[in-house]
Design a protein around this ligand. Structure first.
Ligand SMILES: CCCCCCCCCCCCCCCCCCC/C=C/C(=O)SCCNC(=O)CCNC(=O)[C@H](O)C(C)(C)COP(=O)(O)OP(=O)(O)OC[C@H]1O[C@@H](n2cnc3c(N)ncnc32)[C@H](O)[C@@H]1OP(=O)(O)O
Ligand SMILES: Cc1cc2nc3c(=O)[nH]c(=O)nc-3n(C[C@H](O)[C@H](O)[C@H](O)COP(=O)(O)OP(=O)(O)OC[C@H]3O[C@@H](n4cnc5c(N)ncnc54)[C@H](O)[C@@H]3O)c2cc1C
Length: 665
């Protein structure tokens, strides 16, 4: 029974080479090999087991996470893993913990903002985990508005030190992951104040928080966990913390001084670089969040697709087998666009990584010209992909019907872990407003003959795009990349231009921004969706080996684009680039694409190469053996440890006896 593959029939229908698709998904043969090896390593190690996570009380849950993190580090050292292997191992261990912030923000911040000497001093300690760091930016009173942070770092020329202080309750650091119970050090964002009492704005400082001998907070430091968060298990494995400083002194050389310096004499020296570089670590993390979004979405879609192929409802005559729910058009219409989005986000994530590497190299050569675009792309795509992924995980839960609501479906915990991605590293609406700012600036420069480049190059064809009308006459005409691209460009252009025209009616631009914010956000979303569509289309220009692989990706690309067109029909039709008739043809084409995806659906999610350990879902099991395992799982619940529950004698029996007495009366 255990070895039967209940999905074998589904797998036999696939029209493409799954092994080759796994390589496309991983990014390269090398990436596939590393990912595959690390995921199996984690899956076969009993310390990384994940069952019961949602049932553990917080303290036990947290201690168990510390145990796993320590074990992961031990294995990384023992096996002499490379940085790439180590990061994959941590990824598949699949439990948010302090190491994410240490490796993901503390180390990159020192690398990006520290001078050579500072890097030499701090990085070896951090690399060996002799110190553990976090990223303490957000405060109780301010998160989105970084310039509004209140913590102060006042230079004392007598002692050559900075005095770090929390002047108000609202200035308490609040939220940093790893801060609550683990970190020994933090990168602290504070307002720099020098002897002349001038406020030089927000800068980053390295501050030691806890003793390296007994882990107690150092004098002047108050630190703790902010409390339980949404859901069971989930993000509660992380010690998001609070932190207050009471005139804590640190040496002057603990201000990260690559971008600006304070001299021994107390003179502020600003390098000739944009001040926004102090936000560089956020840009880096936003880029990684886009890649992570595709993984989380793929995970939910894998569960919902396999289960939809296993689950049967209705449609049988004379007691025969019922219909697999994946065969219902409504199920396909809800599920297949999410499958297509997972692939789309994967490819845009790959491209964004390239963009980030490119901008980093340029910055090193003091070329800051592409920084605004890198900021807009990372902010916008972080916002778009996390919003869609969070909503899609919930949709996948509903696609699994009642069983999706069980913890052992894996979906509730995945949802609870994932949703803060819409908030951390920048609230998604706040980030879209940054994109809109960038778009409005680009549009406003067009009359002066400025040629937009990169992802806004299409705005250089503003006149054509404001006039263009799609040439589609029959449903198949939609299966043409340039036809699709043109309508997405036309819609994005028209929404941006309309906003710019409305903005120009305001005497003060900032007033207009506040008033028109909702429209600006819609224009920003249209621009970001265009980027995703165009990067998917670009991916298809590459040489992609493997029988049928490119054809599957082409189908998914059209599903992604045409589904968006259908969902945002109002925009497309109202801005005049397509007619209602063409919209209806797009919908006809979409239905036909679903029929092409259907026989390949299970193989397309197998191509993510996720282990059952990583999925942690009975509904998404590779072998589709769902019902016996659900039945077994139910009996493992602590409530089933005794036949008669605790509390029977106190609360149930007296009730029943009471009713009996009432009945006799
Ligand atoms: C079965 C279940 C299993 C469960 C297990 C699963 C486990 C796995 C789950 C997966 C999860 C993945 C985990 C990933 C790890 C993530 C860890 C999260 C840690 C979180 C950390 C944080 O949140 S850190 C704090 C982040 N904070 C923010 O992001 C704040 C947002 N605010 C800002 O960024 C800024 O304040 C601002 C951009 C909104 C405004 O800044 P500012 O006021 O200074 O600027 P202006 O608006 O005035 O603009 C001026 C000018 O600057 C330009 N600009 C702004 N920012 C930048 C920039 N970064 N780079 C370049 N330029 C920038 C702006 O555009 C303006 O330009 P103009 O030309 O003048 O218009
Ligand atoms: C799980 C988790 C982990 C985190 N980890 C860290 C960490 O490690 N380090 C760290 O420093 N921080 C961390 N944070 C904090 C996080 O970065 C902030 O919560 C985030 O930047 C949002 O800021 P906020 O909480 O101030 O939201 P707010 O800005 O108060 O947002 C509240 C509402 O106001 C809206 N809003 C705000 N400004 C505007 C505007 N200008 N126009 C229109 N609408 C607006 C938002 O859209 C939102 O709806 C974490 C947060 C979470 C949830």
């Amino acid at each position: 029974m255990e070895d039967v593959d209940h999905l074998a029939h589904e797998r036999s229908k696939a029209q493409f080479d799954v092994e080759e698709m796994k390589i496309v998904w991983a990014g390269s043969r090398h990436a596939f090999e590393v990912t595959d090896r690390m995921s199996r390593l984690v899956a076969s190690d009993p310390i990384f087991r994940k069952d019961n996570r949602t049932l553990l009380p917080r303290k036990e849950l947290f201690k168990n996470t510390l145990r796993k993190a320590a074990h992961a580090w031990k294995r990384i050292i023992e096996l002499r893993l490379t940085e790439e292997e180590a990061s994959k191992l941590r990824f598949f261990a699949d439990e948010p913990n302090f190491t994410e912030l240490h490796w993901g923000m503390f180390v990159p911040f020192i690398k990006g903002q520290g001078t050579d000497e500072q890097q030499k001093k701090w990085l070896p300690l951090a690399y060996k985990m002799q110190i553990i760091g976090c990223y303490a930016q957000t405060e109780l009173g301010h998160g989105s508005n970084v310039q509004g942070l209140e913590t102060t770092a006042t230079f004392d020329p007598l002692t050559d030190e900075f005095v770090i202080h929390s002047p108000t309750l609202a200035s308490s650091k609040w939220w940093p992951g790893g801060l609550g119970k683990v970190s020994t050090h933090a990168v602290v964002f504070a307002r720099l104040i020098i002897t002349d009492d001038r406020d030089y704005g927000v800068h980053g400082f390295i501050v030691q928080l806890r003793s390296l001998d007994d882990h107690l907070p150092l004098p002047g430091i108050t630190v703790g966990d902010i409390g339980n968060k949404f859901g069971s298990g989930a993000y509660n494995t992380m010690d998001n913390g609070l932190l207050r400083f009471d005139n804590v002194r640190i040496p002057r050389d603990q201000m990260l001084m690559r971008i600006s310096q304070v001299t021994r004499e107390g003179k502020y020296v600003q390098s000739n670089v944009p001040r926004q570089l102090v936000y560089g670590t956020m840009v880096y993390v936003r880029q990684t969040i886009v890649a992570d979004a595709s993984c989380a979405l793929a995970r939910a879609v894998c569960i919902a697709t396999r289960y939809s192929a296993v689950r049967r409802q209705f449609g049988s005559q004379n007691g025969g087998v019922e219909t697999q729910v994946i065969d219902y058009k409504t199920q396909q219409n809800r599920l297949f666009p999410l499958l297509a989005s997972a692939y789309a986000f994967r490819f845009v994530g790959e491209w964004l990584k390239w963009l980030y590497t490119d901008v980093t190299q340029r910055l090193q050569a003091k070329d800051f010209s592409t920084l605004p675009e890198a900021h807009a792309c990372t902010a916008g795509l972080k916002s778009l992909t996390t919003t869609v992924t969070a909503d899609s995980i919930e949709e996948c839960r509903k696609l699994c019907g009642g069983h999706g609501y069980l913890s052992c479906s894996g979906l509730p915990e995945l949802f609870a872990v994932y949703i803060p991605a819409c908030t951390y590293e920048g609230d998604n609406v706040v980030l879209l407003l940054q994109v809109a700012r960038f778009l409005m600036k680009t549009v406003s420069q067009l009359p002066s003959g400025m040629k937009p480049v990169g992802t806004t190059a299409y705005l250089g064809r503003v006149e054509d795009l404001m006039q263009c009308h799609s040439t589609v006459k029959k449903a198949e005409d939609w299966l043409n990349p340039s036809v699709v691209l043109e309508v997405f460009e036309a819609r994005a252009t028209r929404l941006s231009v309309a906003c710019a025209q409305n903005l120009s009616k305001f005497a003060k631009q900032e007033e207009g921004f506040l008033e028109l914010a909702a429209d600006l956000v819609e224009a920003a979303v249209a621009h970001c969706q265009l980027i995703v569509v165009s990067k998917f289309i670009e991916k298809l220009q590459e040489d992609i080996p493997g029988k049928g692989v490119k054809e599957q990706l082409q189908t998914l690309c059209y599903v992604y684009a045409l589904n968006l067109l259908h969902k945002h029909l109002g925009d497309f039709v109202a801005t005049g680039c397509i007619t209602p008739k063409q919209a209806s043809l797009a919908n006809d084409q979409l239905r036909s694409l679903y029929s092409q995806v259907r026989p390949n659906a299970v193989a397309l999610v197998d191509s993510f190469n996720y282990t059952d350990h990583y999925l942690s879902s009975i509904l998404g099991r590779y072998d589709g053996n769902v019902y016996p395992k659900l039945y077994e799982e139910a009996w493992k619940d602590p409530l089933n440890e005794s036949v008669v529950p605790d509390g029977y004698h106190e609360y149930i029996r007296p009730l029943l006896k009471q009713q009996l007495r009432n009945a006799r009366l």
